[in-house]
Write a protein that binds this ligand. Structure first.
Ligand code: XBP
Ligand code: MG
Length: 235
C-alpha cells in the first residue's frame, strides 16, 4: 500500500492556535461587546469539546441563561468579530507552527506525498494561517468549516477531501490533535496519527499512532507503515 496523501487538521495540529490564539480573540470580542464573559485556560479546554467557534459561543451563552434566539444571533455577531480579531493575530505572526511541523511538511514534499487540509475552522483565518506559514502550492485540497454540513467529530470534512480527490480512504492518513478529530478521521475510514498537545483530552487509545512530536516518532516512513497495516487490516 502506497502513501497516497496526508490530510492535516489545522488547529492544535499544524499550529498552536487555541490557548493563546482563538481563546484570546474570543475574550477580546466579549470585551468589545461589553459582555462580562472571559474564558480562562482551563475553562477553554472544556469548551473545546464543542467544535466550531460559533457553536461553542452559542452553547456557552445558553448556559449563561441567554434566551435561545438571542444566543443564536449574538453568537453569530461575536463569532464574526472574533474571526477578524483572530485573523489579525495570525497576520501579526502570533500564531506559531507546532515544533517540527515545517521540517515534517518539507520531508513529505521531498517524498512527493500530496498534502491536504480538513479543518472545522473558518475559511478566512484558515487561509491566513496557511499563507503565513506555507508556500501556496503546499496543500492541494483545503476543506474548511463552511464547506461541510456537520463539523468534527462528524466525518464530513475528511469525506469532502476524499470526494474532491475522487479517492477512497485507502492509502490516506489523517493527522490530528483532538478526540473529536480522531473520531472524525475514523468515521471517514481513515487511519489517524495523533500528536497530542496540552488541550488533548479523553481516551485517544484508538489512534493508530500516538506521536510525541513531529519528526520524532512521526515521519514519512512511520506514516507509510501505518497505511500499510491499515490496508492489511481492511483487505
Ligand atoms: C477546531 C475548532 C474551531 C476552533 C476555532 O477544531 O473546533 O472551532 O477552535 O475556530 P479542529 P472557529 O482542530 O478539530 O478542526 O472559531 O473558526 O470555529
Ligand atoms: Mg485540532
Amino acid at each position: 500500500m502506497h502513501l497516497n496523501g496526508v490530510i492535516f487538521d489545522v488547529d492544535g495540529t499544524l499550529v498552536d492556535s487555541e490557548r493563546d490564539g482563538h481563546r484570546v480573540a474570543f475574550n477580546e470580542a466579549f470585551a468589545e461587546f461589553d459582555l462580562p464573559y472571559r474564558w480562562d485556560v482551563d475553562e477553554y479546554g472544556e469548551l473545546l469539546k464543542t467544535t466550531g467557534g460559533r457553536y461553542r459561543l452559542e452553547g456557552y451563552l445558553l448556559k449563561q441563561g441567554v434566551e435561545a434566539a438571542e444566543a443564536a444571533e449574538l453568537a453569530v455577531r461575536l463569532h464574526r468579530r472574533k474571526t477578524d480579531l483572530f485573523t489579525d493575530l495570525v497576520e501579526s505572526g502570533a500564531i506559531p507552527l507546532r515544533p517540527g511541523v515545517a521540517a515534517f511538511i518539507d520531508e513529505l514534499k521531498t517524498h512527493g506525498v500530496p498534502l491536504h487540509v480538513a479543518t472545522t475552522g473558518t475559511r478566512q483565518w484558515v487561509h491566513a494561517v496557511l499563507a503565513q506559514h506555507f508556500s501556496p502550492d503546499t496543500f492541494d485540497v483545503i476543506v474548511v468549516g463552511e464547506d461541510v454540513e456537520t463539523l468534527k467529530p462528524a466525518p464530513d470534512a475528511y469525506l469532502e477531501v476524499l470526494r474532491r480527490l475522487d479517492a477512497a480512504p485507502a492509502g490516506y492518513v489523517a493527522i490530528e490533535d483532538s478526540l473529536n478529530g480522531l473520531h472524525a478521521a475514523h468515521a471517514a475510514g481513515l487511519p489517524c496519527a495523533m500528536v497530542p498537545n496540552d488541550y488533548t483530552h479523553g481516551d485517544i487509545s484508538a489512534a493508530d499512532l500516538i506521536a510525541s512530536a513531529f519528526g520524532d516518532d512521526l515521519t514519512p516512513e512511520t506514516l507509510q507503515d501505518l497505511v500499510q497495516s491499515a490496508g492489511q487490516i481492511t483487505s
